[in-house]
Design a protein around this ligand. Structure first.
Ligand code: CA
Length: 540
Protein backbone atom coordinates (compact mmCIF):
# COMPACT_ATOMS: atom_id res chain seq x y z
CA UNK A 1 0.00 0.00 0.00
CA UNK A 2 2.82 2.38 0.86
CA UNK A 3 4.29 2.21 -2.65
CA UNK A 4 0.96 3.18 -4.14
CA UNK A 5 0.43 6.18 -1.88
CA UNK A 6 3.94 7.40 -2.67
CA UNK A 7 3.34 6.96 -6.37
CA UNK A 8 0.12 8.96 -6.22
CA UNK A 9 1.93 11.67 -4.30
CA UNK A 10 4.74 11.75 -6.85
CA UNK A 11 2.28 12.03 -9.73
CA UNK A 12 0.41 14.85 -8.00
CA UNK A 13 3.68 16.68 -7.38
CA UNK A 14 4.70 16.32 -11.04
CA UNK A 15 1.35 17.66 -12.15
CA UNK A 16 1.63 20.50 -9.68
CA UNK A 17 -1.77 19.83 -8.14
CA UNK A 18 -2.96 18.63 -4.73
CA UNK A 19 -4.25 15.14 -4.06
CA UNK A 20 -7.95 15.98 -4.31
CA UNK A 21 -7.68 17.78 -7.64
CA UNK A 22 -5.56 14.94 -8.95
CA UNK A 23 -8.39 12.55 -8.06
CA UNK A 24 -10.86 14.77 -9.93
CA UNK A 25 -8.62 14.96 -13.00
CA UNK A 26 -8.24 11.20 -12.89
CA UNK A 27 -11.98 10.41 -12.93
CA UNK A 28 -12.58 12.43 -16.10
CA UNK A 29 -10.00 10.40 -17.92
CA UNK A 30 -10.41 6.97 -16.40
CA UNK A 31 -13.20 4.47 -16.14
CA UNK A 32 -14.91 3.98 -12.79
CA UNK A 33 -13.80 1.20 -10.47
CA UNK A 34 -16.44 -1.24 -9.34
CA UNK A 35 -16.80 -2.95 -5.96
CA UNK A 36 -19.72 -5.30 -5.98
CA UNK A 37 -20.45 -6.57 -2.47
CA UNK A 38 -22.95 -9.37 -2.21
CA UNK A 39 -23.89 -11.26 0.91
CA UNK A 40 -25.86 -14.49 1.06
CA UNK A 41 -29.48 -14.54 2.29
CA UNK A 42 -29.35 -11.02 3.76
CA UNK A 43 -32.97 -9.91 4.18
CA UNK A 44 -33.69 -6.22 3.48
CA UNK A 45 -35.64 -6.32 6.78
CA UNK A 46 -32.22 -6.62 8.50
CA UNK A 47 -30.73 -3.42 7.01
CA UNK A 48 -31.54 -0.26 8.94
CA UNK A 49 -31.57 1.87 5.75
CA UNK A 50 -34.77 -0.03 4.85
CA UNK A 51 -36.37 1.20 8.06
CA UNK A 52 -37.60 -2.00 9.70
CA UNK A 53 -36.03 -1.22 13.06
CA UNK A 54 -34.80 -4.75 13.81
CA UNK A 55 -31.10 -3.92 13.96
CA UNK A 56 -28.56 -1.27 13.04
CA UNK A 57 -26.27 -1.56 10.00
CA UNK A 58 -24.43 1.78 10.13
CA UNK A 59 -21.89 0.90 7.44
CA UNK A 60 -24.32 -0.40 4.84
CA UNK A 61 -26.39 2.69 5.63
CA UNK A 62 -23.40 4.87 4.68
CA UNK A 63 -23.85 3.61 1.11
CA UNK A 64 -27.50 4.67 1.27
CA UNK A 65 -26.76 8.07 2.80
CA UNK A 66 -24.07 8.92 0.27
CA UNK A 67 -25.78 7.11 -2.62
CA UNK A 68 -29.02 5.44 -3.61
CA UNK A 69 -31.28 2.94 -1.88
CA UNK A 70 -33.57 0.99 -4.19
CA UNK A 71 -36.89 0.41 -2.44
CA UNK A 72 -38.24 -1.96 -5.10
CA UNK A 73 -35.35 -4.26 -5.91
CA UNK A 74 -36.17 -7.82 -6.95
CA UNK A 75 -34.53 -11.07 -8.07
CA UNK A 76 -35.62 -13.25 -11.00
CA UNK A 77 -35.19 -16.62 -9.22
CA UNK A 78 -34.87 -16.53 -5.45
CA UNK A 79 -32.10 -19.01 -4.74
CA UNK A 80 -28.32 -18.93 -4.43
CA UNK A 81 -26.64 -20.38 -7.53
CA UNK A 82 -29.30 -19.25 -10.04
CA UNK A 83 -29.16 -15.71 -8.66
CA UNK A 84 -25.39 -15.59 -9.02
CA UNK A 85 -25.63 -16.78 -12.62
CA UNK A 86 -28.31 -14.17 -13.37
CA UNK A 87 -26.10 -11.41 -12.04
CA UNK A 88 -23.01 -12.58 -13.94
CA UNK A 89 -24.83 -12.88 -17.25
CA UNK A 90 -27.64 -10.32 -17.06
CA UNK A 91 -29.94 -13.11 -18.28
CA UNK A 92 -32.81 -15.15 -16.82
CA UNK A 93 -32.12 -18.70 -15.59
CA UNK A 94 -33.69 -20.40 -18.63
CA UNK A 95 -31.20 -18.49 -20.82
CA UNK A 96 -28.00 -18.91 -18.76
CA UNK A 97 -28.84 -22.55 -17.91
CA UNK A 98 -28.43 -22.25 -14.10
CA UNK A 99 -32.04 -22.94 -13.15
CA UNK A 100 -31.29 -24.47 -9.72
CA UNK A 101 -28.55 -25.18 -7.17
CA UNK A 102 -27.91 -28.65 -8.61
CA UNK A 103 -26.57 -27.69 -12.03
CA UNK A 104 -23.01 -26.70 -12.87
CA UNK A 105 -22.56 -23.19 -14.27
CA UNK A 106 -21.39 -23.07 -17.87
CA UNK A 107 -18.44 -20.74 -17.40
CA UNK A 108 -17.69 -20.59 -21.12
CA UNK A 109 -20.60 -18.19 -21.66
CA UNK A 110 -20.55 -14.41 -21.77
CA UNK A 111 -20.39 -12.69 -18.36
CA UNK A 112 -19.86 -9.07 -17.38
CA UNK A 113 -16.52 -9.74 -15.61
CA UNK A 114 -15.21 -11.17 -18.90
CA UNK A 115 -16.43 -8.15 -20.85
CA UNK A 116 -14.86 -5.79 -18.30
CA UNK A 117 -11.62 -7.75 -18.46
CA UNK A 118 -11.58 -7.40 -22.26
CA UNK A 119 -12.11 -3.66 -21.83
CA UNK A 120 -8.94 -3.36 -19.73
CA UNK A 121 -10.32 -3.91 -16.22
CA UNK A 122 -8.52 -5.96 -13.60
CA UNK A 123 -11.04 -8.33 -12.11
CA UNK A 124 -11.17 -10.34 -8.89
CA UNK A 125 -13.69 -12.52 -7.09
CA UNK A 126 -13.38 -13.39 -3.41
CA UNK A 127 -15.83 -15.25 -1.17
CA UNK A 128 -18.80 -17.42 -1.98
CA UNK A 129 -19.24 -18.69 -5.55
CA UNK A 130 -21.45 -21.82 -5.35
CA UNK A 131 -21.54 -22.39 -9.12
CA UNK A 132 -19.49 -25.64 -9.06
CA UNK A 133 -17.39 -24.87 -12.17
CA UNK A 134 -14.20 -22.83 -11.61
CA UNK A 135 -14.73 -19.07 -11.96
CA UNK A 136 -13.88 -17.57 -15.36
CA UNK A 137 -13.25 -13.94 -16.26
CA UNK A 138 -11.19 -13.11 -13.17
CA UNK A 139 -7.49 -12.22 -12.87
CA UNK A 140 -7.68 -13.44 -9.28
CA UNK A 141 -10.20 -15.66 -7.55
CA UNK A 142 -10.42 -17.20 -4.10
CA UNK A 143 -13.73 -18.88 -3.33
CA UNK A 144 -15.33 -20.95 -0.59
CA UNK A 145 -15.90 -24.62 -1.38
CA UNK A 146 -19.65 -24.97 -1.92
CA UNK A 147 -21.37 -23.14 1.01
CA UNK A 148 -18.06 -22.68 2.83
CA UNK A 149 -17.31 -22.59 6.56
CA UNK A 150 -17.67 -19.69 8.98
CA UNK A 151 -14.67 -20.74 11.07
CA UNK A 152 -11.14 -21.29 9.74
CA UNK A 153 -12.32 -22.04 6.21
CA UNK A 154 -10.54 -23.52 3.19
CA UNK A 155 -10.78 -21.61 -0.07
CA UNK A 156 -10.20 -22.73 -3.62
CA UNK A 157 -7.74 -20.06 -4.63
CA UNK A 158 -6.74 -19.94 -8.29
CA UNK A 159 -7.41 -23.71 -8.37
CA UNK A 160 -5.55 -24.63 -5.16
CA UNK A 161 -6.93 -25.55 -1.73
CA UNK A 162 -5.77 -22.82 0.66
CA UNK A 163 -6.47 -22.81 4.39
CA UNK A 164 -7.21 -19.56 6.25
CA UNK A 165 -7.47 -18.98 9.98
CA UNK A 166 -10.21 -16.69 11.21
CA UNK A 167 -13.87 -15.87 10.62
CA UNK A 168 -15.16 -16.01 7.05
CA UNK A 169 -16.48 -12.43 6.53
CA UNK A 170 -13.22 -10.97 7.92
CA UNK A 171 -11.10 -13.24 5.72
CA UNK A 172 -13.11 -12.47 2.57
CA UNK A 173 -12.73 -8.74 3.23
CA UNK A 174 -8.97 -9.13 3.95
CA UNK A 175 -8.52 -11.03 0.68
CA UNK A 176 -10.36 -8.37 -1.30
CA UNK A 177 -8.41 -5.49 0.25
CA UNK A 178 -5.09 -7.34 -0.14
CA UNK A 179 -5.84 -7.78 -3.82
CA UNK A 180 -6.59 -4.06 -4.12
CA UNK A 181 -3.23 -3.34 -2.49
CA UNK A 182 -1.41 -5.47 -5.02
CA UNK A 183 -3.27 -4.36 -8.16
CA UNK A 184 -1.83 -2.39 -11.07
CA UNK A 185 -3.00 1.15 -10.29
CA UNK A 186 -2.79 2.21 -13.93
CA UNK A 187 -5.92 0.14 -14.70
CA UNK A 188 -9.51 0.32 -13.43
CA UNK A 189 -10.68 -2.60 -11.31
CA UNK A 190 -13.79 -4.64 -10.64
CA UNK A 191 -13.81 -6.50 -7.33
CA UNK A 192 -16.59 -8.94 -6.49
CA UNK A 193 -16.68 -9.39 -2.73
CA UNK A 194 -19.16 -12.14 -1.93
CA UNK A 195 -19.76 -12.94 1.73
CA UNK A 196 -21.09 -16.39 2.60
CA UNK A 197 -22.64 -14.72 5.65
CA UNK A 198 -25.41 -14.61 6.83
CA UNK A 199 -26.30 -18.00 5.27
CA UNK A 200 -27.71 -20.82 7.39
CA UNK A 201 -26.62 -22.12 9.94
CA UNK A 202 -25.87 -18.53 11.14
CA UNK A 203 -22.73 -19.18 13.20
CA UNK A 204 -21.75 -15.93 14.95
CA UNK A 205 -18.16 -14.89 15.56
CA UNK A 206 -17.12 -15.56 19.19
CA UNK A 207 -16.67 -11.78 19.64
CA UNK A 208 -20.39 -11.24 18.94
CA UNK A 209 -21.96 -14.06 20.97
CA UNK A 210 -23.48 -11.73 23.54
CA UNK A 211 -25.03 -9.27 21.07
CA UNK A 212 -28.87 -9.00 21.09
CA UNK A 213 -29.19 -11.46 23.98
CA UNK A 214 -31.24 -9.02 26.04
CA UNK A 215 -33.54 -8.16 23.13
CA UNK A 216 -36.88 -9.79 22.40
CA UNK A 217 -37.59 -9.20 18.74
CA UNK A 218 -41.20 -8.44 17.76
CA UNK A 219 -42.94 -11.47 16.27
CA UNK A 220 -44.02 -10.65 12.67
CA UNK A 221 -47.75 -10.07 12.19
CA UNK A 222 -47.97 -13.08 9.84
CA UNK A 223 -45.94 -15.47 12.03
CA UNK A 224 -48.99 -17.62 12.85
CA UNK A 225 -50.23 -17.70 9.23
CA UNK A 226 -52.32 -20.85 8.53
CA UNK A 227 -52.26 -20.27 4.71
CA UNK A 228 -56.03 -20.20 4.42
CA UNK A 229 -57.08 -19.26 0.89
CA UNK A 230 -53.60 -19.89 -0.49
CA UNK A 231 -52.81 -22.83 -2.79
CA UNK A 232 -51.14 -26.10 -1.77
CA UNK A 233 -47.72 -24.56 -2.55
CA UNK A 234 -47.90 -22.28 0.49
CA UNK A 235 -49.32 -25.07 2.67
CA UNK A 236 -46.87 -27.83 1.75
CA UNK A 237 -43.53 -25.99 1.97
CA UNK A 238 -40.92 -27.20 4.44
CA UNK A 239 -39.51 -23.91 5.69
CA UNK A 240 -41.43 -23.41 8.89
CA UNK A 241 -39.42 -22.10 11.84
CA UNK A 242 -41.55 -24.19 14.18
CA UNK A 243 -41.56 -27.45 12.20
CA UNK A 244 -38.50 -27.42 9.95
CA UNK A 245 -35.83 -25.29 11.62
CA UNK A 246 -33.46 -27.79 13.25
CA UNK A 247 -32.91 -27.38 16.96
CA UNK A 248 -29.32 -28.61 16.81
CA UNK A 249 -28.03 -27.70 13.33
CA UNK A 250 -29.72 -24.30 13.13
CA UNK A 251 -30.02 -23.31 16.78
CA UNK A 252 -26.91 -25.05 18.16
CA UNK A 253 -28.55 -27.00 20.99
CA UNK A 254 -25.89 -29.69 21.01
CA UNK A 255 -27.23 -33.20 21.67
CA UNK A 256 -30.88 -32.08 21.54
CA UNK A 257 -31.70 -32.66 17.87
CA UNK A 258 -31.65 -35.30 15.14
CA UNK A 259 -28.61 -37.39 14.31
CA UNK A 260 -28.22 -35.59 10.98
CA UNK A 261 -28.28 -32.17 12.63
CA UNK A 262 -25.81 -33.36 15.24
CA UNK A 263 -23.37 -34.74 12.66
CA UNK A 264 -23.50 -31.53 10.63
CA UNK A 265 -23.02 -29.26 13.64
CA UNK A 266 -20.10 -31.34 14.94
CA UNK A 267 -18.33 -31.01 11.58
CA UNK A 268 -18.58 -27.22 11.80
CA UNK A 269 -17.52 -27.05 15.47
CA UNK A 270 -14.52 -29.29 14.75
CA UNK A 271 -13.05 -26.46 12.65
CA UNK A 272 -12.76 -24.15 15.64
CA UNK A 273 -9.54 -23.44 17.47
CA UNK A 274 -9.60 -24.55 21.17
CA UNK A 275 -10.05 -20.97 22.45
CA UNK A 276 -12.93 -20.37 20.00
CA UNK A 277 -14.58 -23.65 20.96
CA UNK A 278 -14.29 -22.83 24.65
CA UNK A 279 -16.10 -19.48 24.27
CA UNK A 280 -18.73 -21.09 22.01
CA UNK A 281 -19.41 -23.98 24.37
CA UNK A 282 -19.63 -21.73 27.40
CA UNK A 283 -22.14 -19.47 25.67
CA UNK A 284 -24.42 -22.14 24.18
CA UNK A 285 -24.26 -24.35 27.31
CA UNK A 286 -26.07 -21.57 29.21
CA UNK A 287 -28.74 -21.26 26.50
CA UNK A 288 -29.14 -25.03 26.38
CA UNK A 289 -29.53 -25.38 30.15
CA UNK A 290 -32.28 -22.76 30.08
CA UNK A 291 -33.93 -24.43 27.06
CA UNK A 292 -33.97 -27.83 28.77
CA UNK A 293 -35.29 -26.42 32.00
CA UNK A 294 -38.17 -24.64 30.19
CA UNK A 295 -39.21 -27.84 28.32
CA UNK A 296 -41.19 -25.87 25.73
CA UNK A 297 -43.70 -27.09 23.17
CA UNK A 298 -46.28 -25.70 20.75
CA UNK A 299 -46.55 -21.92 20.48
CA UNK A 300 -44.00 -21.32 23.23
CA UNK A 301 -41.41 -23.41 21.39
CA UNK A 302 -42.22 -21.58 18.12
CA UNK A 303 -41.59 -18.25 19.85
CA UNK A 304 -38.38 -19.45 21.50
CA UNK A 305 -37.06 -20.70 18.14
CA UNK A 306 -37.86 -17.35 16.51
CA UNK A 307 -35.86 -15.40 19.11
CA UNK A 308 -32.86 -17.75 18.86
CA UNK A 309 -32.99 -17.54 15.04
CA UNK A 310 -33.11 -13.75 15.02
CA UNK A 311 -30.29 -13.37 17.54
CA UNK A 312 -27.89 -15.67 15.70
CA UNK A 313 -28.83 -14.31 12.27
CA UNK A 314 -28.39 -10.67 13.26
CA UNK A 315 -25.05 -11.34 14.97
CA UNK A 316 -23.79 -12.69 11.66
CA UNK A 317 -25.27 -9.71 9.79
CA UNK A 318 -23.30 -7.44 12.10
CA UNK A 319 -20.05 -9.09 10.93
CA UNK A 320 -21.02 -8.32 7.32
CA UNK A 321 -21.81 -4.70 8.16
CA UNK A 322 -18.50 -4.31 9.99
CA UNK A 323 -16.59 -5.50 6.92
CA UNK A 324 -18.57 -3.25 4.57
CA UNK A 325 -17.27 -0.42 6.77
CA UNK A 326 -13.71 -1.64 6.28
CA UNK A 327 -14.16 -1.51 2.50
CA UNK A 328 -15.60 2.02 2.62
CA UNK A 329 -12.74 3.17 4.86
CA UNK A 330 -10.22 1.62 2.49
CA UNK A 331 -11.66 3.53 -0.46
CA UNK A 332 -11.57 6.80 1.46
CA UNK A 333 -8.06 6.26 2.81
CA UNK A 334 -6.75 5.49 -0.66
CA UNK A 335 -8.43 8.31 -2.57
CA UNK A 336 -10.69 5.84 -4.40
CA UNK A 337 -14.12 6.75 -3.00
CA UNK A 338 -15.09 9.34 -5.61
CA UNK A 339 -14.50 7.25 -8.71
CA UNK A 340 -15.63 3.85 -7.43
CA UNK A 341 -19.11 2.44 -7.92
CA UNK A 342 -19.88 0.50 -4.78
CA UNK A 343 -22.86 -1.82 -4.66
CA UNK A 344 -24.33 -3.69 -1.73
CA UNK A 345 -26.82 -6.46 -2.37
CA UNK A 346 -27.73 -10.04 -1.42
CA UNK A 347 -28.28 -13.02 -3.72
CA UNK A 348 -31.94 -12.84 -2.65
CA UNK A 349 -34.18 -11.87 0.21
CA UNK A 350 -35.06 -14.08 3.18
CA UNK A 351 -37.95 -14.72 5.55
CA UNK A 352 -37.38 -13.51 9.08
CA UNK A 353 -40.47 -15.19 10.44
CA UNK A 354 -43.01 -13.75 7.98
CA UNK A 355 -45.63 -16.48 7.28
CA UNK A 356 -43.81 -18.47 10.01
CA UNK A 357 -40.85 -19.10 7.70
CA UNK A 358 -37.12 -18.95 7.19
CA UNK A 359 -35.46 -19.53 3.76
CA UNK A 360 -36.46 -18.04 0.39
CA UNK A 361 -37.60 -19.45 -3.05
CA UNK A 362 -41.19 -18.13 -3.14
CA UNK A 363 -42.34 -15.20 -5.26
CA UNK A 364 -43.83 -13.64 -2.13
CA UNK A 365 -42.35 -10.26 -1.22
CA UNK A 366 -39.71 -11.13 1.41
CA UNK A 367 -37.81 -13.49 -0.91
CA UNK A 368 -38.67 -11.83 -4.23
CA UNK A 369 -37.09 -8.64 -2.92
CA UNK A 370 -33.40 -8.20 -2.29
CA UNK A 371 -31.54 -5.25 -0.77
CA UNK A 372 -29.82 -2.96 -3.28
CA UNK A 373 -27.76 0.11 -2.44
CA UNK A 374 -25.33 1.90 -4.74
CA UNK A 375 -22.90 4.76 -4.33
CA UNK A 376 -20.88 6.53 -7.01
CA UNK A 377 -20.02 10.04 -5.80
CA UNK A 378 -18.47 11.18 -9.11
CA UNK A 379 -21.76 10.79 -10.99
CA UNK A 380 -24.62 9.96 -8.62
CA UNK A 381 -26.22 12.34 -6.13
CA UNK A 382 -26.31 11.00 -2.56
CA UNK A 383 -29.33 10.48 -0.30
CA UNK A 384 -31.68 9.30 -3.03
CA UNK A 385 -34.47 6.74 -2.78
CA UNK A 386 -35.48 5.03 -6.01
CA UNK A 387 -38.94 3.44 -6.16
CA UNK A 388 -38.83 2.16 -9.75
CA UNK A 389 -38.77 -1.66 -10.02
CA UNK A 390 -35.31 -3.03 -10.70
CA UNK A 391 -34.11 -6.61 -10.96
CA UNK A 392 -30.81 -8.45 -10.62
CA UNK A 393 -30.60 -8.87 -14.45
CA UNK A 394 -29.91 -5.10 -14.44
CA UNK A 395 -26.56 -5.12 -12.62
CA UNK A 396 -24.46 -6.46 -15.51
CA UNK A 397 -25.70 -3.88 -18.06
CA UNK A 398 -25.33 -1.09 -15.48
CA UNK A 399 -21.68 -1.95 -14.82
CA UNK A 400 -20.95 -2.29 -18.56
CA UNK A 401 -22.69 1.01 -19.30
CA UNK A 402 -20.61 2.87 -16.71
CA UNK A 403 -17.44 1.16 -17.93
CA UNK A 404 -18.14 2.42 -21.44
CA UNK A 405 -18.57 -1.12 -22.79
CA UNK A 406 -21.31 -1.69 -25.39
CA UNK A 407 -24.10 -3.74 -23.78
CA UNK A 408 -24.52 -6.93 -25.84
CA UNK A 409 -27.95 -7.42 -27.45
CA UNK A 410 -28.57 -10.72 -25.68
CA UNK A 411 -28.35 -9.21 -22.18
CA UNK A 412 -31.91 -9.14 -20.83
CA UNK A 413 -31.60 -6.50 -18.11
CA UNK A 414 -31.62 -2.72 -18.34
CA UNK A 415 -28.88 -0.28 -17.42
CA UNK A 416 -29.83 1.62 -14.27
CA UNK A 417 -27.69 4.60 -15.27
CA UNK A 418 -30.71 6.76 -16.27
CA UNK A 419 -32.35 6.07 -12.89
CA UNK A 420 -29.14 6.67 -10.94
CA UNK A 421 -28.48 9.95 -12.72
CA UNK A 422 -32.05 11.21 -12.50
CA UNK A 423 -33.08 11.16 -16.18
CA UNK A 424 -35.64 8.36 -15.64
CA UNK A 425 -37.74 7.14 -12.74
CA UNK A 426 -38.16 3.57 -13.87
CA UNK A 427 -36.93 1.08 -16.45
CA UNK A 428 -39.98 -1.24 -16.56
CA UNK A 429 -43.64 -1.51 -15.57
CA UNK A 430 -43.62 -5.18 -14.57
CA UNK A 431 -41.16 -7.87 -13.53
CA UNK A 432 -41.05 -11.55 -14.45
CA UNK A 433 -40.13 -14.25 -11.93
CA UNK A 434 -39.37 -17.97 -12.18
CA UNK A 435 -38.46 -20.75 -9.71
CA UNK A 436 -37.49 -24.29 -10.73
CA UNK A 437 -35.99 -26.25 -7.81
CA UNK A 438 -38.78 -28.76 -7.11
CA UNK A 439 -38.57 -31.49 -5.95
CA UNK A 440 -35.86 -30.10 -3.74
CA UNK A 441 -34.95 -28.81 -0.28
CA UNK A 442 -37.82 -26.96 1.45
CA UNK A 443 -40.37 -28.35 -1.03
CA UNK A 444 -41.36 -25.08 -2.69
CA UNK A 445 -43.23 -25.90 -5.88
CA UNK A 446 -42.16 -24.65 -9.31
CA UNK A 447 -43.71 -21.37 -10.27
CA UNK A 448 -43.48 -18.30 -12.42
CA UNK A 449 -45.32 -15.01 -12.32
CA UNK A 450 -45.61 -11.31 -12.89
CA UNK A 451 -45.48 -8.42 -10.44
CA UNK A 452 -46.60 -4.92 -11.33
CA UNK A 453 -46.49 -1.93 -8.99
CA UNK A 454 -49.90 -2.97 -7.64
CA UNK A 455 -50.54 -6.66 -8.35
CA UNK A 456 -48.85 -10.03 -8.29
CA UNK A 457 -50.00 -13.08 -10.24
CA UNK A 458 -48.29 -16.41 -9.54
CA UNK A 459 -48.69 -19.72 -11.39
CA UNK A 460 -47.56 -22.89 -9.58
CA UNK A 461 -47.02 -25.83 -11.95
CA UNK A 462 -45.27 -29.20 -12.38
CA UNK A 463 -47.27 -31.51 -10.05
CA UNK A 464 -49.93 -28.82 -9.46
CA UNK A 465 -51.76 -26.27 -11.60
CA UNK A 466 -52.66 -23.40 -9.30
CA UNK A 467 -52.80 -19.62 -9.38
CA UNK A 468 -52.61 -16.85 -6.78
CA UNK A 469 -53.38 -13.14 -7.15
CA UNK A 470 -52.51 -10.43 -4.63
CA UNK A 471 -53.42 -6.77 -4.47
CA UNK A 472 -50.21 -5.46 -2.91
CA UNK A 473 -51.72 -2.08 -2.11
CA UNK A 474 -54.64 -3.47 -0.10
CA UNK A 475 -52.79 -6.57 1.14
CA UNK A 476 -49.02 -6.00 1.33
CA UNK A 477 -48.61 -9.09 3.56
CA UNK A 478 -50.08 -11.33 0.80
CA UNK A 479 -52.60 -13.09 3.03
CA UNK A 480 -55.62 -12.79 0.72
CA UNK A 481 -55.49 -14.77 -2.54
CA UNK A 482 -57.93 -13.04 -4.90
CA UNK A 483 -57.52 -15.34 -7.88
CA UNK A 484 -60.98 -16.87 -7.59
CA UNK A 485 -62.70 -13.62 -6.63
CA UNK A 486 -65.05 -12.70 -9.50
CA UNK A 487 -64.41 -8.97 -8.98
CA UNK A 488 -60.82 -9.47 -10.08
CA UNK A 489 -61.47 -11.46 -13.26
CA UNK A 490 -60.59 -8.53 -15.55
CA UNK A 491 -57.39 -7.91 -13.54
CA UNK A 492 -56.42 -11.58 -13.84
CA UNK A 493 -57.05 -11.56 -17.60
CA UNK A 494 -55.00 -8.42 -18.04
CA UNK A 495 -52.11 -9.76 -15.97
CA UNK A 496 -52.16 -13.07 -17.85
CA UNK A 497 -51.83 -11.20 -21.15
CA UNK A 498 -48.95 -9.16 -19.75
CA UNK A 499 -47.35 -12.34 -18.42
CA UNK A 500 -47.48 -13.95 -21.88
CA UNK A 501 -45.89 -10.83 -23.34
CA UNK A 502 -43.12 -10.84 -20.74
CA UNK A 503 -42.38 -14.52 -21.30
CA UNK A 504 -42.16 -13.87 -25.05
CA UNK A 505 -39.90 -10.84 -24.47
CA UNK A 506 -37.54 -12.90 -22.32
CA UNK A 507 -37.84 -15.96 -24.60
CA UNK A 508 -39.22 -18.20 -21.85
CA UNK A 509 -40.97 -20.60 -24.18
CA UNK A 510 -42.83 -23.81 -23.34
CA UNK A 511 -40.32 -25.76 -25.41
CA UNK A 512 -37.58 -24.26 -23.25
CA UNK A 513 -39.48 -25.40 -20.17
CA UNK A 514 -39.88 -28.89 -21.59
CA UNK A 515 -36.12 -29.10 -22.10
CA UNK A 516 -35.57 -28.03 -18.49
CA UNK A 517 -38.09 -30.63 -17.29
CA UNK A 518 -36.27 -33.39 -19.22
CA UNK A 519 -32.94 -32.29 -17.76
CA UNK A 520 -34.56 -32.19 -14.34
CA UNK A 521 -35.47 -35.87 -14.50
CA UNK A 522 -31.77 -36.63 -14.81
CA UNK A 523 -30.83 -34.09 -12.14
CA UNK A 524 -33.48 -35.48 -9.80
CA UNK A 525 -32.13 -39.03 -10.15
CA UNK A 526 -28.67 -37.73 -9.24
CA UNK A 527 -30.04 -35.74 -6.30
CA UNK A 528 -31.94 -38.71 -4.87
CA UNK A 529 -28.88 -40.95 -5.23
CA UNK A 530 -26.79 -38.30 -3.45
CA UNK A 531 -29.37 -37.98 -0.64
CA UNK A 532 -29.54 -41.76 -0.19
CA UNK A 533 -25.73 -41.92 0.04
CA UNK A 534 -25.65 -39.06 2.58
CA UNK A 535 -28.34 -40.78 4.65
CA UNK A 536 -26.39 -44.04 4.69
CA UNK A 537 -23.29 -42.18 5.87
CA UNK A 538 -25.27 -40.50 8.66
CA UNK A 539 -26.64 -43.86 9.77
CA UNK A 540 -23.10 -45.23 9.92
CA1 CA B 1 -28.60 -17.26 -0.93
Amino acid sequence: MKTKVLLLGALSATMGVGCSSYAKTEQKETKPNIIYIMSDDHAYQAISAYGHGLNQTPNIDRIANEGVVFTNSFVTNSICAPSRAVMLTGKFSHMNGQTDNVRRFDGSQQTYPKLLQQAGYQTALVGKWHLKSDPTGFDFWSVHYDQGDYYNPDFKEMGKRTHYEGYSPNIVCDNGLNWLDKRDISKPFALLLHFKAPHRNWMPDTTRLNMYEDINFPIPATYWDNYEGRTSAACEQEMSIYKDMMIEWDLKMEGEGSEKGHTNLMKKLARMKPEERKKWDEFYARIKADFKQKNLSGKKLAMWKYQRYMRDYLKVVDAVDYNVGRVLDYLENNGLAENTIIVYTSDQGFYLGEHGWFDKRFMYEQSLRTPLLMRYPAKVKGGQKVDGMVQNIDYAPTFLDYAGVAIPEDIQGESLKPILEGSAQKVRDAIFYQYFEYPGPHAVKRHFGIRTERYKLIHFYHDVDAWELYDLKADPEEMNNLYNNAKYKATVDELKTELIELRAKYRDTDSGNKRILEEDKIALKKRLAHQAKAQMQTQK
